[in-house]
Design a protein. Structure first.
Lengths: 997, 98, 193
């Protein structure tokens, strides 16, 4: 048996398919097709959680996504413990295990419930007022304690083992909401042949047809019609039907985010199934058919388990076959709750009474209820609910006062009316309008190409909704470019329609009472809190919302916003539209981080770029460092060496014999065209027109503001062809910078740029033996110093494959950079390595490269410069063409501040104790004995131990640095002051003789 | 994610393919080296930052790679129109009241 | 240098082994196969309108002028990437650079054979696989057979060419190929859904 309150013959689930599940360790039986909520109710379980602030016992309020109370933790295994799952949305599967949240030690006895007794302390604004002082206690004491006490479940403590998928999709008409209106709109659009996507958050389409027992469309029961229509739509190739899919965000230009829950409802999801699928849909037209959400009545203790929305009780009965009680009371301010009473009565449930706040309403449902013998009380209010862990009674009083009467019940079904669900419309930046007659906000001014239909548009009655939706669906398709439709409009044979209801607090909740009549169940906001907020000076609804937190819980105030607004308006003595509605924001319902992150985890979090030579370095046991997205060999430890020892050995090895270095990551741009030299003149500070083909030059690129942007060696391959190199990290932005000027400032130049960074693998061979290593493998290039001097480039072959061979040096040694097509990079490296072994060559990594260049005073842009350094500051004034009349930065570098005296200039530093290595970034002062804060005159930009120099070396930016040669400066550090001497930037081979050594 | 019409690709493409490149129609002087400090300041540092219609540069970075100009409303975030680099500032904007 | 010359004079055929990135990798999922394609000759061609006739003649394929299109002949495909930019791919082993070298009309041709890696995505679920990370509308109406575009896949840039109703060629830079292949493999896992 799947629960004592399952009514045979009621509902649409098949009794045969039992699903076992547990809640707080207790075993129960449900049926496939149940939600966790319906299965619990079938077993008579109403108490499912404790409230956020007061720890009050809570039950199931709704039957859908608006649920504020029934939040549970679903536990699949150690790593899969999902908190805050709405029991009304979670589909049951055999073996499902759920736990209640926010209670200790148990759900029925929760210590935290003392908050409820102490609640006068915890009224609106309590946290803001109380935990102000001392300030430091907020982080250390208050916040952790409050978080512990006011929990929303427990987050899993292991990495998420599930995977999530993502898809961009395009369609002509996107229909959001799969009730009668949404289906009708989708049918109308689909029949024209345009691309349609129809999404609904429920497992089964039908919306309110799930509970509206009186609806008949095209001669069928409404729900059956919906299933048949969905089957038809699913079979159409131009339609994608997405159940279990929530539209959570409506963004610019009809870009809508949907999350499809793919496997949370399955007993054993296969390994390949994603848990959720994120759809990012771009639609030409959007049809919003998001329906309406029933409001509760605001009265004392309206949060007791067993007090629920009338429409929800009807859904549990008519769809799931579950009676929410055996003896129910009804409290309403509109007709729709009568239908619930009638359906329950017909199913054999005792309906103790209907309490209707209205004075003398008339209508067919009232007549029918009366005919079934149900007691009806007009003009009366339920002033409080009795019971604690489960409602046990309702106390009724004439709404203008008078004698009380307490009626025993085990459930109260309430309805204050229906709120059009304008969340997505509001997210689309549409402006809502207040309909004074029906007392509801409906879509007013549209900001995007969308249309609202049915209940979310304030359209009453099934027939009118379907008519409107069908016409709107057809029009949306037409506007998206479709031809006329061929189909037939669904015909509504019978339907239900409801009158309006009420907003705000019912008589039992005020105005002067201090009882707990809840407006927002999830955030524990009462009618009194909202009144208090107004009394304490909040005028704007946005302030009232933030002060009380009304509508700010994860349910986004789906049931509470309108009540809160009405109470604030009443207290302010203003009409509702003047107080205004708060803005709805994405997400409509909570979205998992998994869905948002989707594929971007692990290796797909960010691309990891590796050079062609990477596998060789890996085999050699290189340690790699991240340089942007690149992995670069940092150093090559041998036989237990630490980094220090390895780098020392590599640095000495290069200067003693030779070293091989993978420089493939350097940015490379081929500049081609008859105006190539003219373009280079404009983009670099240096002169280029007279550079002979076959020669290279070190170039400096500035931004327009005159600061160094990038640098690199440029080789001229032909009069109209340059091979430009950039820094590794600068490659993409330098390319963008060059394209920008070429396309928008110098479009008259006949020249084009092509990124060739990845076309060429680059092997730097540096050191006295470098030529001996390369020469035997080279074909067609004269390697003699006369034919191939320092700073020249030749094209030829190496190991039989094409090469662009640069004679250049970033070490100060005789050096070459061998460019070969990337796929040959590893083989050529291996050939050079084999040759190198005859000459005692070493492989060196980026750390040794840094040390070697610092020994020579070669700067690294981005390390020794920081975007505020001019060529002159860096000691590179020699690289600025003095006769040039234009280049990017020529004016900027002459700005008064950039030519002022006392600018920070790049200099060398030698510590007085040669063994002390400065810290990069350390600040420099003139007088270490001055009072704090000291005047800082510069900082260390590069600092290393240099085994070749037998001491530490450093580069630094120091105010007026070049005028301080030989001066002693100080670097105050936590462990004492370090004395340094200002020197030139070249620490090794000052004459540069080794370039040809 | 916005849809942006690329005047070179002649269709609307997703924002992910584009990159904003700052305000448009700021001419770099042919004699920039001889500019006064004030003129250089205006050229390089001063931007209009209007509430409403803005003329700005975009690049179809991951598409045709062309820079182009766009007219956008900073209040609604809507693109009014786009046009090719080098074309003059449009004298009339479609659908925008003066 | 005599020693070097003597040694290299014998090296008439390539002695260095070509090791393409991801060579031979492939993966299959329901409705789709993702497969790294063999190396091809590639050229980045830049030219003004006036040079197109001469270049088309030299290349043996008419350079397309319409955005998002390509033209193909005898194993050589020219993809429109921008108003003055084409990616020329030759799968027949003939070098388009050599063909362009003879053209005197204004242009820029740069060899990029090794810069790019090509990955084929084929099968009924190919479109969904690419759409797992590409934001463009890839329906046949918007992106027909022969359509070509530089665009985005996940976090990287790709060039996308539709080679058949149910097949795409994805080109990316060499060091991004591992990311692109892995991304497409992930996308393929769920593409039939």
């Amino acid at each position: 048996m799947s629960g004592a309150l399952r009514i045979s013959g009621a509902g649409r689930l098949s009794q045969a398919k039992t699903a076992r599940f547990s809640f707080d360790g207790q075993s129960y039986a449900g049926i496939e097709g149940d939600t966790l909520a319906s299965a619990l109710l079938a077993n008579g379980v109403h108490l499912v959680g404790r409230s956020f602030k007061y720890h009050r016992p809570r039950g199931i309020l709704s039957a859908g996504a608006e649920e504020p109370n029934a939040l549970v933790q679903i536990v699949r295994d150690d790593a899969r413990k999902t908190p805050n799952v709405r029991a009304t949305v979670q589909e049951l599967y055999d073996g499902l295990a759920a736990n209640s949240q926010n209670r200790w030690p148990s759900l029925s006895f929760d210590v935290g419930a003392v908050n409820d007794l102490a609640s006068p302390m915890f009224s609106a604004g309590f946290y803001y007022k109380t935990f102000m002082w001392p300030k430091a206690a907020w982080k250390s004491l208050y916040e952790p304690k409050i978080r512990e006490a006011a929990g929303l479940g427990v987050s899993p403590d292991r990495p998420d083992p599930d995977h999530y998928s993502s898809r961009y999709a395009h369609c002509d008409v996107l229909v959001l909401g799969g009730g009668a209106a949404g289906i009708a709109a989708a049918l109308a659009a689909a029949e024209t042949g345009v691309r349609v996507i129809l999404a609904d958050e429920q497992a089964q389409f039908g919306g309110s047809l799930r509970f509206e027992s009186g609806a008949r469309i095209d001669g069928q029961d409404g729900f059956a019609w919906a299933q048949a229509a969905i089957a038809r739509l699913s079979a159409m190739s131009n339609v994608r039907v997405l159940p279990r899919t929530t539209a959570f965000g409506y963004y610019a230009q009809n870009f809508v985010g949907l999350v499809e829950r793919v496997s949370d409802h399955l007993k054993a999801p296969g390994h390949d199934l994603p848990r959720e699928r994120l759809w990012q849909v771009r639609a030409k037209r959007v049809v919003l058919a998001s329906g309406a959400i029933e409001r509760h009545m605001v009265f004392a203790n309206n949060d007791r388990p067993g007090v629920m929305l009338a429409g929800a009780a009807r859904t549990f009965l008519n769809h799931y076959g579950v009676a929410v009680g055996r003896n129910v009371g009804v409290y309403t301010a509109n007709d729709s709750a009568y239908a619930a009473a009638i359906d329950l009565k017909k199913a054999g449930v005792n309906v103790a009474t209907i309490v209707d706040l209205r004075d003398n309403p008339t209508g067919p449902v009232i007549d029918e209820a009366r005919a079934l013998g149900i007691e009806i009380n007009f003009g009366r209010a339920v002033i409080r609910a009795g019971g604690k862990l489960r409602v046990s009674s309702m106390t009724v009083q004439p709404k203008n006062g008078g004698g009380e009467r307490t009626i025993p019940v085990d459930a109260i079904l309430m309805s204050a009316g229906w709120t059009p669900s304008v969340h997505l419309f509001s997210q689309s930046r549409g402006k809502v309008a207040f309909n004074d007659e029906t007392k509801r906000f409906v879509p007013g001014t549209y900001a995007q190409d969308c249309v609202s239909v049915g209940a979310c548009n304030g359209t009453d009655g099934l027939s009118a909704s379907v008519d409107e939706a069908y016409a709107s669906g057809a029009k949306a398709a037409k506007d998206a470019g479709a031809k006329a439709a061929k189909g037939a409009k669904p015909k509504v044979d019978a339907s239900e329609s409801w009158s309006r209801g009420m907003l705000g607090a019912a008589p039992g909740a005020g105005p002067d009472t201090t009882v707990k009549a809840f407006v927002d169940f999830q955030n524990d906001v009462t009618a009194k809190d909202i009144r208090q907020a107004v009394h304490e000076g909040m005028r704007s609804i946005e302030h009232v919302k933030r002060f009380t937190t009304n509508g700010m819980a994860t349910d986004q105030g789906k049931t509470s916003n309108m009540h809160g607004l009405a109470i604030a308006a009443e207290t302010l003595g203003k009409p509702i539209p003047e107080v205004g509605l708060t803005t709805f924001r994405a997400p409509y319902t909570p979205v998992t981080f998994g869905s948002i992150v989707s594929h971007a985890r692990g290796p797909l979090f960010d691309p990891t770029r590796k050079t062609a030579i990477h596998p060789w370095a890996e085999r050699q046991g290189a340690v790699f460092e991240d340089v942007g997205q690149w992995k670069r060999a940092w150093y090559f430890p041998r036989g237990g060496e630490d980094m220090h020892a390895a780098v020392d050995r590599e640095c000495v090895g290069v200067r003693t014999n030779a070293g091989l270095f993978d420089a493939s990551t350097l940015g490379k741009i081929e500049v081609v065209g008859p105006d190539a030299a003219k373009f280079m003149e404009l983009l670099y500070t240096n002169p280029w027109e007279k550079l002979e083909p076959g020669r290279c030059r070190y170039g400096i690129m500035l931004r327009e503001d005159g600061f160094i942007y990038d640098d690199g060696v440029v080789g001229r391959l032909a009069p109209d062809r340059f091979h430009v190199t950039t820094t590794t990290g600068g490659a993409p932005r330098v390319m963008n910078h060059m394209e920008d000027y070429l396309q928008t400032e110098f479009p008259h130049l006949n020249v084009w740029l092509t990124s060739i960074t990845e076309q060429w693998a680059v092997i730097a061979v540096q050191g006295p033996k470098s030529r001996d290593i390369i020469a035997p493998l080279v074909e067609g290039i004269d390697m003699s110093d006369g034919a191939l001097p320092h700073m020249s480039v030749r094209e030829g072959k190496i190991c039989g494959v094409p090469t662009r061979l640069f004679r250049m040096s970033f070490t100060g040694e005789r050096g070459f950079e061998v460019n070969v097509p990337a796929d040959y990079g590893q083989a050529v490296w291996e050939a050079l390595w084999a040759e190198g072994q005859k000459h005692g060559a070493t492989a060196y990594g980026t750390e040794a490269m840094h040390v070697l260049r610092a020994e020579k005073g070669y700067i690294i842009v981005g390390q020794d410069t920081d975007g505020t350094v001019t060529p002159d500051d860096a000691g590179l004034d020699w690289a600025v063409g003095k006769k040039k009349t234009d280049f990017v930065g020529i004016r900027g570098m002459k700005r008064p501040d950039l030519v002022a005296k006392g600018r920070k200039q790049l200099v060398g530093l030698k510590t007085k104790d040669p063994k002390v290595v400065l810290e990069e970034g350390a600040q420099i002062v003139e007088d270490p004995k001055q009072a704090i804060p000291m005047k800082m005159i510069g900082h260390v930009t590069s600092s290393y131990w240099s085994q070749n120099c037998g001491r530490s070396i450093a580069l630094a930016l120091v105010a007026g640095g070049r005028d301080r040669m030989g001066d002693t400066l100080y670097v105050p550090m936590p462990n004492g002051v370090i004395e340094v001497e200002v020197t030139g930037m070249v620490f090794f081979d000052e004459t540069g003789g080794r370039l040809n050594g | 994610m916005l849809l942006i019409r690329c005047p070179y690709c002649e269709e609307e493409r997703p924002e992910l393919e584009f990159r904003n490149a700052g305000e448009a129609h700021i001419a770099r002087s042919a004699n920039i080296a001889g500019e006064s400090d004030d003129d250089f300041e205006k050229f390089f540092f001063i931007r209009s930052n209007p509430k409403g219609i803005i003329y700005e540069r975009w690049r179809h970075m991951h598409g045709c790679a062309r820079f182009f100009n766009a007219v956008r409303d900073t209040v609604t975030d809507k693109f009014v129109m786009t046009y090719k680099a080098g074309e003059p500032k449009p004298s009339k904007l479609p659908g925008v009241a003066k | 240098m005599a020693k070097a010359a003597a040694k290299t004079a014998t090296a008439t055929s390539p002695s260095a082994e070509r090791r393409p990135a991801l060579a031979g990798r492939s993966t299959s999922a329901t409705g789709v196969k993702v497969e790294v394609l063999p190396p091809a000759e590639r050229m980045s061609l830049r030219a003004p309108e006036a040079s197109l006739a001469a270049l088309s003649k030299a290349l043996g394929v008419t350079l397309p002028k319409q955005p998002k299109t390509s033209a193909s002949k005898a194993g050589r495909t020219a993809l429109w990437l921008g108003p003055d930019e084409w990616l020329v791919i030759d799968e027949a082993g003939k070098d388009p650079l050599a063909d362009c070298a003879k053209v005197s009309a204004l242009h820029s041709s740069v060899g990029i054979s090794h810069r790019n890696v090509a990955i084929a995505v084929a099968g009924p679920a190919a479109e969904a696989t690419v759409n797992s990370g590409c934001p463009q509308d890839l329906s046949l109406a918007a992106f027909p057979v022969g359509a070509a575009s530089r665009t985005i896949l996940g976090k990287v840039e790709i060039v996308l060419l539709r080679t058949a109703e149910d097949a795409f060629r994805v080109e990316c830079w060499r060091s991004f190929s591992d990311y692109v292949f892995t991304f497409l493999s992930e996308g393929a896992r769920d593409a039939a859904g």
